[in-house]
Design a protein around this ligand. Sequence first.
Ligand SMILES: C[S@@+](CC[C@H](N)C(=O)[O-])C[C@H]1O[C@@H](n2cnc3c(N)ncnc32)[C@H](O)[C@@H]1O
Length: 226
Amino acid sequence: MSSPRTVLDAALYWDTYYADVFRFGQGTEHILALLGRTPPVHTWSDLGSGSESLLWSIALNARRLTSVDTDPDRLATLTAFARTGRPRGIHTVALALCGRDADAFPQHCRCLTSTLVADCLTPERLPLRVLSADLLTQFGLLGLCRNTGHFTDAFTRLHAHLPEHGWAAGANWVPADSTGRVHLTHGAYQHAARQANLHLLQLDRLPSTDPDFPHIWTYLARRIPR
Ligand SMILES: C[S@@+](CC[C@H](N)C(=O)[O-])C[C@H]1O[C@@H](n2cnc3c(N)ncnc32)[C@H](O)[C@@H]1O
């Protein structure tokens, strides 16, 4: 299944949104606070991770992270960045916002234990160990779905193996021109969560100061025990 192109290529995206400047007002601080509500987890899979998982890791307490993306270049950037153990400006601000020690970043980098090149919008191709992690996140992946049906289907199948009491969290940026992309609504998320047997604990649609992505959706959910 082909997926729509991400707006910026790997290096430009990494340097625009995840470099030295923490862009307040674009939802990042909200996502970090949301992730901070989750308890420590052993395994975490970040789907459509790009090069960016380590920013989100700052708010989490996760032992083993698998980052999955279709783009090997983005994953190579992530791996190389983890090896340096040195935060960029955005990470330094995130560490402070999350109440972490300024020198705690190498510890977060060590949680990246594997990367995988795979199509996350075709979940049946993903290994079970990825889908059955204690925490499943996606930031900017499901917003690439073509329409509500595609979104519900991908959301449901991605979370089908989440363990009892497992956690799901994510964010989707709404482009100013959303041609060819799903129109996200409260109802769309609520329906997808019900289909996936997840309990939505928080769902927000926030304004953003980014003119290219004027809104952002964020959610936190948990598997309902059977
Ligand atoms: C908007 S970017 C978000 C990157 C990152 N998660 C973040 O927090 O900024 C979308 C990411 O999804 C990846 N992607 C697009 N389609 C995909 C697919 N079908 N399966 C896995 N990753 C995909 C892109 O390569 C890109 O890294």
